[in-house]
Design a protein around this ligand. Structure first.
Ligand code: FEO
Length: 169
């Protein structure tokens, strides 16, 4: 049986992952308006990944005899007005998620739940990849500046990203 405090933290994090899915869905719509289909694809993969992250915790709570408690998902707020600003927001958001996952690992540590720590190790590694992936796009965008041809080339590159269902845990 999972510790009640850890159960609460997992439920809160399921909500944060579903919010991430929702936020990236809103960003996908922004790029659909610009008709940048590679960026649309990149955010579509992001949406699917966030759903998988939420479900990994959902399944884990069920496996451990915990109770899944779904909460209201906030309206997503796309703060950025430019492509670079949007990716800066994505990076800030992923850094926030990383801090949340680290907090979950701290709680799992406090209640000595080794199985949860093992699961959270996967999420910790995933956050390293997420931040690196977003940081990579952001660095390219900064190089591109106002060069429209280079932006279209990046759009082509981002079209190649594919979703691979993760094996979590
Ligand atoms: Fe589920 Fe992008 O962290």
């Amino acid at each position: 049986m999972i510790d009640a405090r850890l159960e609460e933290e997992f439920n809160e994090q399921i909500n944060k992952e579903l919010y991430s899915e929702y936020l990236y869905l809103a960003m996908k719509a922004y790029f659909q308006e610009l008709n940048l289909q590679g960026f649309v694809n990149w955010f579509d993969v992001q949406v699917q990944e966030e759903h998988a992250h939420a479900m990994g915790m959902y399944d884990y709570l069920n496996e451990r005899g915990g109770k899944v408690d779904l909460r209201a998902i906030d309206k997503p707020v796309v703060e950025g007005k430019t492509i670079i600003e949007i990716f800066e927001q994505v990076l800030r958001h992923e850094e926030f998620v990383t801090s949340r996952i680290n907090h979950l690992a701290d709680v799992a540590d406090e209640v000595k739940d080794r199985a949860a720590l093992h699961l959270l190790d996967w999420y910790i590694k995933e956050q390293v990849e997420e931040e690196a992936s977003v940081g990579g796009v952001l660095a390219t965008l900064r190089l591109i500046g106002e060069d429209k041809n280079a932006l279209l080339q990046l759009d082509k590159d981002l079209a190649a990203r594919t979703f691979v269902a993760p094996v979590i845990g």
